[in-house]
Design a protein around this ligand. Structure first.
Ligand code: HEC
Length: 162
């Protein structure tokens, strides 16, 4: 009998804790910085390529596998390759951020060479000259240049089936 009462107590305690956790999801509540609800419309890949040339992104970037842009052959000081294989989906949220707020996300491999003393990216600020349409088209274009490949599984690594 005693154990039955104990069991009841435990069940009720667990139930109440769950209820409280459900009613006050403080930890999961979106903050002001949350990207919840962030959407951009589908742009044009062709116009995106055009913007990539017109805004001079080609001065510092080439794109893996894209050979059909009418890119003038230029001497680049730096060449950061965009696109190509990645193991994680590049979300358009990340791409928009990379374009309009480059100092916010800087991949570790670029930190040593392309960041000034204050920790800012060497990538210029385009927010004055870039139209919103150009940004949408650029992101639509860039999204198509990444190919998501799952990382090799433990099995693949062990048996060489890459
Ligand atoms: C003067 C050189 C320069 C120009 C011009 C430039 N960038 Fe960059 N860009 C960089 C550098 C340096 C980085 C790496 C550091 C960083 O992420 O901020 C970078 C990073 C990026 C990344 C993130 C790459 C990654 O793998 O994380 C994207 C996307 C990008 N640039 C897009 C553009 C677009 C689009 C334009 C044109 C509107 C442009 N960049 C113009 C220098 C430049």
């Amino acid at each position: 009998m005693k154990t039955l009462i104990m069991a009841h107590k435990v069940i009720w305690t667990v139930f109440f804790i769950c209820l409280i956790l459900l009613l006050f999801p403080v930890g999961c509540a979106p903050t002001k910085e949350s990207s919840l609800g962030f959407r951009i419309p589908e742009g044009s890949v062709e116009m995106g390529k055009q913007a990539f040339v017109n805004l001079d992104c080609i001065r510092c970037h080439s794109i893996a596998g894209v050979t059909d842009i009418d890119v003038p052959v230029i001497d680049r000081d730096i060449n950061i390759v965009l696109g190509g294989e990645t193991t994680r989906v590049k979300t358009y949220g990340q791409l928009v951020t990379s374009v309009i707020y480059p100092s916010h996300i800087i991949r570790p491999q670029y930190r040593a060479d392309f960041v000034d003393r204050d920790g800012n990216s060497e990538m210029p600020d385009f927010t004055e000259e870039m139209t919103v349409k150009q940004m949408i088209d650029l992101v639509t274009f860039l999204e198509t240049t990444y190919e998501v490949k799952p990382p090799p599984s433990a099995y693949d690594m062990a048996y060489g089936e890459m």
